[in-house]
Design a protein around this ligand. Structure first.
Ligand SMILES: NC(=O)c1ccc[n+]([C@@H]2O[C@H](COP(=O)([O-])OP(=O)(O)OC[C@H]3O[C@@H](n4cnc5c(N)ncnc54)[C@H](O)[C@@H]3O)[C@@H](O)[C@H]2O)c1
Length: 297
């Protein structure tokens, strides 16, 4: 990925639009508010906007109670609105879409965002879809870039910047600048299946499942090996439980079709999904989980 001189226009507007206020969009809105931006959250309807607004306000209040960020709550919330349509007064500098992982939906949202926010940097939080494909309907595909956040967004320090074949140099510079404003670290990755993080994380997860399948060690000992030996914060099997075995199976199938049989899902993974044991959300995966989402076995 080519490097570009980082020049930032100091007059750049700090107005950001987040489309989709679910798990990721709400977290992104919270982080943008913490970075001093004026944030407009766009949801599918006024009712969904009200729900998303409560989610963000609750998270901002909890964070403020523990001193993060160090700004008066009333000032932060003054910069935040949530609405059910794409109507804005004044310029917008950044649009991040965080709607569900569905190509036609994302394409539609991106086209509408460009029409409503001329001149804005356009970013997608997709975790697996091709940036080049998502740019397919845009008149100017150079303005689209991937900003892949991690869950939970406020607690994670990484943004994976995904650069499409037609992403422009100015877009990359603006994406880096917004990453810095949000106080995140970034890695830059060329648009490719699974980007860097999903691809490598999945490779480790699938190998751990194959090892369990062939009786190399118990699930607990495989994970403890990575925790204690490699200082991973969470083991590959517990992480698979947390993400959802169904989600990881779908990503493995996608990467197998794009990158070949090394991503072929292990039999054990497919069997557990077929049996409904899809991890934390079902109470059982490689480990047992209680109703509050805590590991209990
Ligand atoms: N959940 C994760 O751990 C995670 C991590 C990284 C990236 N992602 C990616 O982030 C994106 C969102 O995932 P999520 O987990 O936040 O999903 P989610 O289902 O929690 O939230 C999606 C939100 O989008 C809203 N929405 C749907 N259609 C809309 C429309 N037309 N206009 C405006 N809003 C609309 C929904 O009402 C919902 O609130 C996906 O692309 C996903 O792959 C998710």
């Amino acid at each position: 990925v080519g490097k570009v001189d980082d020049e930032v226009d100091p007059a750049t507007s700090r107005r950001a639009v987040v489309v989709g206020g679910g798990t990721m969009g709400a977290g992104i809105a919270q982080v943008l508010l913490g970075a001093g931006a004026e944030v407009v959250l766009v949801e599918a309807s006024p009712e969904a906007a009200a729900t998303a607004r409560d989610r963000v306000v609750g998270a901002v209040q909890r964070a403020a109670a523990s001193g993060r960020p160090n700004a008066p709550l009333v000032e932060i919330l003054h910069r935040f609105t949530a609405q059910g349509d794409f109507s804005f007064d004044g310029p917008v500098d950044l649009v991040i879409e965080a709607v569900p992982e569905h190509i036609p939906l994302k394409k539609d949202v991106l086209v509408r965002a460009v029409a409503a926010c001329p001149g804005a940097l356009l970013a997608t939080n997709t975790s697996s879809l091709s940036i080049d494909k998502l740019a397919g309907e845009l008149v100017d595909p150079s303005i689209l870039i991937g900003l892949h956040f991690f869950n939970p967004v406020p607690a994670s320090s990484l943004i994976e910047i995904v650069i499409g074949a037609r992403t422009g140099p100015e877009t990359i510079v603006r994406a880096r600048e917004w990453t810095r404003r949000m106080d995140k670290e970034s890695i830059e990755v060329r648009d490719s299946p699974g980007f860097a993080t999903s691809r490598l994380g999945l490779a480790l997860g699938l190998e751990a499942i194959r090892m369990l399948e062939s009786g190399v060690a118990s699930a607990s000992d495989i994970d403890r090996g990575m925790l204690l030996g490699y200082k991973h914060p969470v083991g590959p099997l517990e992480l698979t439980d947390r993400v959802g075995l169904d989600v990881r199976l779908a990503i493995a199938q996608h990467l197998e079709s794009e990158l070949g049989p090394r991503f072929s899902p292990p039999r054990l993974l497919a069997d557990l999904v077929a049996a409904g044991h899809i991890g934390r959300k079902s109470g059982r995966g490689f480990f047992e989980w209680d109703d509050e989402g805590r590991r209990c076995g």
